[in-house]
Ligand binder design. Structure first.
Ligand code: GLV
Length: 329
């Protein structure tokens, strides 16, 4: 019997592509070409499955152009690049990579928070530019992490990881806002108190965004929300571009209506709003929160395992939808 045909849409670890080759007839993309939707559709015309990253959109038009496609395995925990309703209606399984990146991403959220509050990159640029000629009492004086109030918006696995780091490691008071309140045992574990969004924005010293992107969470933080925050507060976005109105944030940073921001994700990335590039009080990183070698390997392996389990008939390991089986032969 012939093997199912799989497309690996972006370059990933070559040994994991080799592992896929044991199960599938694989077309890979070792040169990491960024295909247009039309080029992707053409490659998917004869494929049974695809390994995607967050940079490929799977929508109704793509599904129509890929009549044999049965599964899209995303190498990311977020899957806002999938039109899940269209996939479910078309009988196409979606999977993601939860859990394997939780601690790495929570570590990074904390790294970005500390770099932002303590003005790490701004001070490093100053030193590298040869501007450091004398010590002064208020040179790059930032805000404290220990003992401050951390407000987390989005209290899933990563949000909880950040809460634990803050409460247990740094003695922070943790408040959170989420669609639903955590069970009391989880709240106790995270030492986190549920509050309304407005109260969180008004009282937190540091606001951390970890909410998944959807139409409902678009611009969770815009001009009105920024206006509620303390002028000394920092804002950290490790969630998704589009959760923050980047243009409004650039204005708030330039006018020092909040102290600083740390951003790993951007509206329209890899483009970055030009005004964010010119304000000094923002730390910018290129969507690397889960980027450690072991974690990126674990994500790629889980995406591969989803494909293997699905075609073995064991079912997907980490599904994001439940299409009616057999709609696609
Ligand atoms: C990264 O942003 C992910 O969703 O895994």
């Amino acid at each position: 019997m012939s093997k199912p045909r799989i497309l690996v849409a972006r370059a990933i670890f070559s040994d994991i592509v080799d592992r896929l080759r044991e199960h599938f007839d694989v077309e890979a993309n070792p040169d990491d070409v960024i295909w247009t939707q039309q080029e992707l559709a053409a490659r998917l015309a004869d494929k049974d499955g695809v390994l995607t990253t967050g940079s490929q959109s799977v929508d109704a038009a793509l599904l129509a152009a890929a009549p044999r496609l049965k599964i899209c395995a995303n190498m990311a925990v977020g899957y806002n690049n999938f039109d899940v309703d269209a996939m479910t209606a078309a009988g196409v399984q979606g999977t993601n990579t939860p859990d394997v990146l939780t601690d790495t991403t929570a570590d990074f959220g904390f790294a970005l928070l500390m770099a932002t509050a303590r003005r790490l990159t701004e001070s490093e640029h100053y030193l590298r530019a040869g501007q450091w000629t004398k010590w002064s009492y208020d040179m790059f004086a930032g805000s404290d992490i220990h003992g401050s109030t951390l407000g987390i918006i989005g209290m899933g696995r990563i949000g909880q990881g950040i809460a634990k780091r803050g409460a247990h490691g740094f003695g922070m008071k943790v408040i959170y806002h989420n669609r639903s309140r955590l069970a009391p045992a989880l709240e106790a574990d995270c030492k986190a108190t549920y509050v309304g969004k407005e109260e969180l924005l008004r009282t937190a010293d540091h606001v951390m965004l970890v909410v998944p992107y959807s139409a409902a969470s678009h611009h969770t933080i815009g001009a009105a929300e920024l206006a509620l925050m303390k002028p000394t507060a920092t804002l950290i976005n490790i969630a998704r571009g589009g959760i923050v109105d980047d243009a409004a944030l650039a204005v708030a940073l330039r006018e020092q209506r909040i102290a600083a921001a740390g951003l790993d994700v951007f509206e329209g990335e890899p483009s970055v709003h030009p005004d964010l590039l010119t304000v000094p009080n923002v730390v910018l990183t290129p969507h690397i929160a889960s980027a450690t070698v072991p974690t990126r390997r674990a994500m790629a392996n889980l995406a591969a395992d989803n494909l293997i389990a699905f075609f073995d008939g064991r079912g997907p390991l980490t599904p994001v939808n439940q299409p009616v089986p057999g709609l696609r032969a």
